[in-house]
Design a protein around this ligand. Structure first.
Ligand SMILES: Cc1cc2nc3c(=O)[nH]c(=O)nc-3n(C[C@H](O)[C@H](O)[C@H](O)COP(=O)(O)OP(=O)(O)OC[C@H]3O[C@@H](n4cnc5c(N)ncnc54)[C@H](O)[C@@H]3O)c2cc1C
Length: 382
């Protein structure tokens, strides 16, 4: 019997690849293995669903059984891959060996742990998958005050969404502005003002050093000696691509699992895409790039080696308190910023010395200009 194509992970990367592959090849055995419950859902909804009052079940688009039928695949849920043996084309689930024809790593990124003292430290939530969302929602029922760690894209989205969902949010982050790696200061300030108008309070500069239980609530101690009483703490300090099993198997890893334009790792029959993959030095933790990778990799797995291309990759940040679209300046490129507009409606454009538009940040009404500007942006990976 032919060994199957095996995909590790049933997030957007794993399921989209499986769908694209099945459009081209209906016969090759296909196995998906997931450490989680294998439900199909759209992860970006996790930071917009408190405002809509949606339970985790309402975000589930398909149960694993339905996905298995749709994809003509075997789906193993709550099953953690523990090792890879590239030399023998097999992976390990504990003591069980699973052979593969080709293996695809779509195992995502994990939350960076927060080093905090105190007996409340274990109750910090991360919301990086549907099961964690369900746990947080259950814990948040009847509570009011949420402390969010991190003022990056995800922290800001949660602050907006939880505020609209009726929670009082405070944000703690050791930076001078919101989304420091993504936004020029004027855009960050427009978003901050929008979120403050919703009632969000920011503590920019200090970090959380200690979290203690205090009655039925929590008491957070910050490095600037201030104290915040809250009911729940959500960590949005960042995600780190999973690389441990790949490194242990001898695959080349850097920030993420290193792959070429065909999404091939340093081992011929092992591929990677999604949050865990670094494609020619670029590791993007967004949906649009993983969709491009899924289409290209499906072709390769179906017998037509295909390189992925990335067009411009603008990101819509889900902060309706101050609409925001940003096209980050590609890594390694520098330019000068031009600012137009005022108040919440800002258009910031970054140009190279040759006059090429490299990136932009649009807030408020200026987001309407994104389609026109996207046509002027260079492809990220042509
Ligand atoms: C709150 C939030 C909001 C977001 N909003 C946006 C947005 O608006 N726009 C956008 O473009 N992007 C957004 N993103 C990012 C986007 O959702 C991710 O880039 C994308 O979902 C990653 O998909 P993935 O399949 O690579 O990883 P994941 O969805 O993390 O899937 C990883 C899978 O691998 C499995 N797994 C891990 N380790 C193992 C193992 N050892 N064995 C077996 N299985 C394993 C997991 O169980 C899971 O099934 C958001 C992210 C978050 C957290």
């Amino acid at each position: 019997m032919t060994a199957p194509v095996v995909i590790i992970g049933t997030g957007l990367a794993g399921y989209n690849l499986a769908r694209e592959f099945r459009k081209l090849d209906g016969d090759t055995p296909l196995v998906l293995i997931s450490a989680d419950d294998g439900r199909s859902y759209s992860k970006p909804m996790l930071s917009t669903s408190f405002a809509k009052g949606k339970e985790a079940d309402a975000l589930c688009m398909a149960e694993p059984g339905a996905m298995a039928e749709q994809l003509k695949a075997e789906i193993r849920t709550h099953t953690r891959v523990s090792g890879i043996d590239p030399g023998h084309r097999r992976l390990w689930i504990g003591q069980e060996a699973v052979p593969y024809r080709d293996l695809v790593l779509a195992w995502g990124a994990q939350t960076v742990p927060v080093p905090v003292e105190g007996d409340g430290a274990a109750s910090i939530f991360a919301i990086n998958d549907l099961e964690e969302y369900a746990r947080f929602r259950a814990a948040a029922a009847g509570k009011q005050r949420v402390l969010i760690l991190g003022a990056g894209l995800i922290g800001c989205e949660f602050a907006n969404d939880l505020s609209l969902g009726g929670y009082q949010c405070e944000v703690v982050a050791p930076c001078e502005q919101l989304m420091p790696t993504l936004l020029p200061p004027a855009a960050a300030s427009a978003v901050q003002i929008g979120l403050q108008a919703l009632g969000v309070r920011f503590h920019l500069g200090p970090v959380l050093t200690r979290l203690d239980r205090a009655g039925g609530a929590l008491r957070a101690h910050l490095s600037d000696a201030s104290v915040i009483d809250c009911d729940l703490v959500v960590s949005a300090v960042g995600l780190r691509p999973r690389t441990d099993l790949a490194a242990a198997a001898g695959l080349q890893v850097n920030r993420a699992v290193v792959v070429d334009r065909q999404l091939r790792t340093s081992h011929a029959n092992i591929f990677a895409l999604g949050d865990c993959a670094e494609v020619e030095g670029i590791n993007l933790l967004y949906v649009m790039p993983l969709m491009a990778c899924a289409r290209a990799l499906a072709q390769t797995l179906a017998g037509t080696p295909t390189s992925v291309t990335y067009g411009p990759m603008p990101v819509t940040v889900k902060t309706p308190a101050c609409p925001l679209v940003v096209a980050p300046v590609p890594l390694g490129q520098t330019g000068h910023w031009q600012l137009e507009g005022q108040g919440a409606d800002l258009k910031m454009l970054c140009y190279s010395a040759e006059g090429q538009l490299l990136g932009y940040a649009l807030t408020g009404d200026a987001v309407k200009e994104k389609l026109t500007l996207n046509r002027q942006l260079p492809a990220l990976m042509a």
